[in-house]
Ligand binder design. Structure first.
Ligand code: HC3
Length: 416
């Protein structure tokens, strides 16, 4: 794991101080932040979708639980275990949060996990560029547990970078010994960057997020950080209750999302070792390894292949080449959009379809509980994105483009 980089003057005259000044006047467009080279990450935001499932057996566990309330508590547990990967996996030592690559429209990140939970497949696609939005679908094949969702970020500056996440996730869990499936609607927490002034940025979550289920349970998660006088970094408390009856707490969870947490039955006031039913310590549960095809076997639009030259230049801190190679992709993408407009067509997403005209059944039934609009803020994410199994089957059956066709695609779409 890399260590935190202290504020410094770097070759090319790009200093942390200059970066802070540019942040203070930035317009909310995260992609426009010109960060110094030591803060650039070679990981694209399309890869972040994998952070939802780095413990596939925890992801699949609810499908084995017969009791509906306990199932909901396992879903809550899984969600809480993902927070460390989502928001701190890149900055384990704290203070090393970097600026990810801003994906191009149509960028793909595909992978799978093979472990005790069987095969779990991941599909992530950049479905919108203006505004930037990433959609994903993750399926554990043996259990049928499936997560789909999409997200965008709305950033603002007030003392630091504040990010509101727009979008949501939907988890589908097959109910054991039945043909029923239950759905969980998951909202995404807001976050801000701490430690900016010291040149060691890390994420703190804030506010409240929810998980609400078609079987009538809601989990409310409250995030807090280290205050001036008390509190610990990355803290949270969560309660699970029958939807609409917040006082009838069935389970409560508390701890730090980067460290350990405990699950008790009932309300927190009665917590003791007799009602402690589960604990989580990430140190005891190693992450399952995500398998990604070698670059030469990837589709030209797959993230690590498309950004390979930029990533190599970032690794060498060669800012000129980073700028040049990024510029090639951005220009080719701009030209493609102009061409599409002239031809009266738009980019065909490979795995997802925007469902803007038909009311979404999950948002219609569960959205009001968690204050999510029926249209899912589609105007801020370029659409209400849902996984399209028809498109996925077609993509699955399509052979990889020949070397010649891959070259053509890379030239046309990525300027390479
Ligand atoms: C804000 C963020 C980009 C967005 C990242 C998101 C919200 C993306 C969706 C994932 O599911 C969860 C997630 C985790 C981390 C978020 C990133 C942290 C920093 C990055 C900014 C664009 C970079 C700001 C620059 C700097 C140097 C302060 O890190």
């Amino acid at each position: 794991m890399e260590s935190a980089t202290p504020p410094q003057q770097v070759a090319g005259g790009s200093s942390w101080g200059a970066f802070l000044k540019s942040i203070a006047s930035f317009n909310g467009d995260l992609s426009s932040l010109t960060a110094p080279p030591f803060i650039l990450s070679s990981t694209s935001l399309t890869e972040f979708s994998s952070y939802w499932c780095e413990h596939p057996s925890v992801f699949a566990a609810p499908a084995k639980e017969a009791d509906a309330a306990k199932r909901a508590s396992l879903v809550l547990k899984w969600f809480l275990t993902t927070l460390k990967q989502q928001y701190a996996s890149r900055s384990e030592q704290y203070g090393n949060e970097k600026k990810p690559l801003n994906p191009f429209l149509g960028e793909l990140f595909l992978g799978k996990w093979e472990d005790d939970a069987g095969t779990t497949e991941l599909i992530s696609e950049q479905v919108s560029h203006h505004p930037p939005a990433t959609a994903y679908n993750i399926t554990n094949l043996p259990s049928g547990v499936r997560l789909e969702g999409y997200n965008a970020q709305k950033a603002s500056f007030s003392k630091t970078i504040n990010i509101k996440q727009i979008g949501h996730a939907v988890l589908t869990v097959p109910v054991p010994s039945s043909s029923d499936r239950e759905t969980y609607l998951i909202t995404l927490p807001a976050l801000h960057i701490e430690g900016l002034i010291f040149g060691s940025p890390f994420i703190e979550l804030e506010g409240t997020s929810y998980i609400t289920s078609s079987t009538g349970f809601t989990a409310k998660i409250d995030y807090s950080g280290k205050g001036w006088l008390s509190g610990k970094k990355n803290s949270f408390t969560a309660i699970l209750y029958p939807t609409g009856k917040e006082k009838d707490v069935l389970f409560n969870v508390s701890g730090q999302w980067t460290k350990t947490f405990e699950i008790h039955t009932g309300a927190a006031k009665s917590n003791n070792k007799n009602n402690l039913i589960d604990t989580w310590d990430p140190a005891l549960f190693p992450l399952s390894e995500l398998i990604v095809a070698p670059i030469e076997k990837q589709h030209p639009l797959e993230s690590r292949r498309a950004w390979a030259k930029v990533a190599a230049a970032i690794a060498k801190s060669d800012l000129d080449t980073v700028g040049l190679e990024k510029g090639k992709i951005e220009n080719a993408q701009r030209e493609m959009r102009v061409k599409e407009r002239a031809e009266g067509r738009s980019w065909e997403r490979r795995y997802f379809t925007a469902q803007n005209d038909t009311p979404d059944p999950v948002l219609t039934s569960l959205g009001p509980t968690v204050s999510l609009a029926e249209h899912g803020d589609a105007d801020k994410t370029g659409g209400l994105w849902r996984f399209d199994s028809g498109k996925a089957a077609k993509a699955h059956d399509e052979p990889l483009p020949s070397e010649e066709d891959a070259g053509k695609l890379a030239r046309e779409l990525l300027g390479q």
